[in-house]
Structures are given as C-alpha cells and as structure tokens.
Design a protein around this ligand. Structure first.
Ligand code: GAF
Length: 384
C-alpha cells in the first residue's frame, strides 16, 4: 500500500488524516549470521518490502493500533499499563517501542497508528524489526526527540528483547533504520560503526534471489536463545568479553583450550569464521570482485548447517539445488530454523535456477517456495 492509501485508511479509522506517514523496510542479510550478539560483523541490505505507518500524536496516554494485515479492529492500550511480556500479539512490537521510548525518559503521550506491511512474516526477513523501526521513526519525528538512527535501533532492540521477550541482536533494527539504496551495510555490532558498501548487482549482470521456504521460524522459541547462551558460555570459558575477541588466526588455539566442550567448540568455530567471512566479503566487494563472494556465501551456509546447526531440510535443498543448477553461491539468511535462503546468480540463469528450486521442492513434497529478486533498497524514511 502506498502512503496515500495508508493515510486514507487512517482517516477512515480515526476520523481525521494522520500527521504523517513513514516507512521502514525488511532486510536480507548477505553474510554475518549469529555474529551480532557476539559483538561481531554483519552485512545486511534493505529490501523493497516495507512496513508503512500513518501516525498522529495523542496527549491522553492512549495508544491506538490498527493493522491492515491482521484481522480485527483497533486495539486500544493505556501507556501506563504497558508491561513487558504481557502481549503475545503483533501489537507487542509497536507497543514495545512506545514502552522503550518512555522507559528511556522520552516524553511520548500517546498515538494513533495504522500499519500496512509488505514484508513477509515468519520468513526471516525482519518483518518485526520493520514494524518497530517505523514506529520509532514516526514518534522520533512527531515528538521531536532528536534521536539518531543507531539510537532508535537500540531502543527497538530493547523493545524486542525486554518487551516482546525475544533475545535477538541489533542487526535487524539497524538494517531497517540505517540501510541505503544500492548498498549493503557493513556494521560492527560492537561499537555500531557503519560503512555503506556499494552493492549494485544489476549493473554487473548479477541477481540475488530470495527463496522463502515458507517454513515459519520464530525467535522467541528456545533454539535461538540456546545458541546465544552457548556462545556466551564459550566467551566465558575463553576469558573474553565476546567471541568477537577471538582472532581468526588464534581460532585453533582457542578451540584446543575448550577441551571436550564439543557443542561450544562448534558454536565458537562458526562465529569466528563467520566474522572472517564478512571481512572477506567486504574486501571482495571493495575490489569490485562481486562474483567471488559466491563461494564465501556457500561456506557460510555449511558453517550454519554443520557447526551452528540451525538449517533445515528445506533451506539445504535450496542451497544444494541452486548450486547444482549453476548459482555462484547460496546460503540460508537470518535466524534460521526455516525462513529464507539467498542465491547469488548470473542474471541469465535466474529462470533456470528458479525452476530447478521449485521442481526440487515439489519432488520433495515441500510447500511451494516463494522466490523473488532482492534489490538493495532504502532504509527507513518519512513518506509524507
Ligand atoms: C535474527 C536476529 F534478530 C538477529 O539479531 C540476528 O541474530 C540473526 O537472527 C542471525 O544473524 O534475525
């Protein structure tokens, strides 16, 4: 839905037009998976799919929320009654942002919100971060809070960690808030320093496909938290603040010190090698050698599948089929346990690859996957 339609719907719901309309995108992560809560490197880019919010202020301590994408009417919440982990519905994401802003001391006295999103949910493409960031940006503008983008991302992460109760890192919210069109975002999650890396695949005759396996994933489920806890145990055993502090050339020595902690060894190996893969990818892109990142993406998938153990048969089938059909590289993207994979391919091979993946899914009796091209798009912004 465009800005005007969302504004018109807002007026129907609330009796007057909104003060403004904002958008925040979902993301694909090119490389750097499960590194963000280890103070490591990530490299997402924004999708054209986005959450759009029409918003007006209120001064009576009431938050009214409505979504075009969810059945049901307007949900009305009192700001002074917002409390962490009391809401299991979609409303927890926007309400959590209001809670986090207020808890951080920002004066937000209420809002009317109408939302409409094109980011597929449960597909590992950050539909929830898009919802959080679009609300944070709207309230930042309307209440003149003056918060920088990275700070908004931090508050959205707090909403997700504390209010929603999902122990995620900072990547998705920063991607939605800070990405730029035609670029991938090289983010150091330790100090949140950022570099925009030009990533114009079309100009090079390349395409990046997203294959949504339609196997739903969720972060509040236990597996994500278990991996995070395992990484923290690894850092503690090795006497470092975070696994980011284990240098790539010191990995073998570090693993040797972990003795028979087999599971921790696998987690540590993934995180340390994944940080190196991000740095390698950045170097290749800077050198203009985009095709050469393909094998790095594929290595990342093997590490997530074999060491981090968060892939699933559908994701593995995408990767294996795409590579056999001539892709330059392929990997699962996002949190894992379902969701989406990405495939880097020559433009001329896109149709063949898509058909090969669809046929392989049909033969395996999996749900029909949704395949689309990912074009590095703009981050969050005001539309009107
Ligand atoms: C999810 C989380 F939300 C991110 O913080 C990140 O950890 C990612 O999984 C894995 O890289 O998207």
């Amino acid at each position: 839905m465009g800005a005007q339609q969302v504004a018109e719907r807002f007026a129907e719901l609330y009796g007057a037009g909104p003060e403004g309309v904002w958008a925040a995108p979902g993301r694909v992560n090119l490389i750097g998976e499960h590194t963000d809560y280890n103070d490591g490197f990530v490299m997402p880019f924004a999708l054209p799919h986005q959450a759009v919010a029409a918003v007006s202020r209120r001064d009576d301590g009431v938050l009214r929320l409505h979504s075009e994408d969810v059945e049901g009417g307007v949900v009305e919440l009192r700001l002074d009654a917002l409390a962490p982990q009391t809401d299991r519905e979609w409303t927890a994401y926007p309400a959590g942002v209001v809670w986090a802003l207020r808890e951080a001391g920002h004066e937000v006295t209420g809002a009317d919100v109408h939302l409409s999103s094109t980011v597929p949910t449960g597909a590992g493409l950050s539909s929830s971060a898009a919802l959080e960031v679009v609300i944070a940006l709207a309230l930042n503008d309307l209440y003149d809070l003056g918060l920088q983008r990275w700070k908004l991302a931090r508050l959205c992460q707090r909403a997700e960690n504390v209010y929603v109760g999902a122990p995620t890192g900072i990547m998705d919210q920063t991607a939605s808030a800070c990405c730029e069109q035609g670029h991938a975002l090289f983010l150091d999650t330790r100090d949140l320093s950022q570099q925009q890396i030009p990533f114009d695949l079309v100009a090079e005759g390349l395409r990046l496909l997203v294959v949504d396996t339609r196997v739903k994933h969720a972060h509040s489920g236990g597996e994500y938290g278990k991996r995070r806890a395992g990484c923290e145990k690894g850092a503690a055993l090795l006497g470092v603040d975070a696994l980011r502090d284990i240098p790539y050339d010191g990995l073998d020595a570090a693993l040797a010190r972990l003795g028979d902690e087999e599971e921790v060894i696998r987690l540590v190996r993934h995180v340390v090698t994944e940080d190196e893969r991000v740095e390698r990818t950045v170097a290749l892109l800077r050198a203009g050698d985009t095709r050469a990142i393909g094998p790095v993406l594929t290595e990342g998938h093997a590490s997530l599948r074999d060491d981090f153990r968060i892939s699933c048969p559908e994701l593995d089938l995408v990767v294996d089929t795409a590579l056999a059909a001539g892709a330059l590289g392929a990997r699962m993207t996002g949190g894992g346990f379902g969701g989406s994979a990405i495939v880097l391919a020559e433009a001329a091979d896109v149709d063949t690859l898509t058909k090969a993946v669809e046929e392989a899914f049909a033969a395996a009796d999996f749900k029909t996957p949704r395949v689309f091209e990912a074009v590095p798009s703009a981050g969050a912004r005001r539309l009107s």
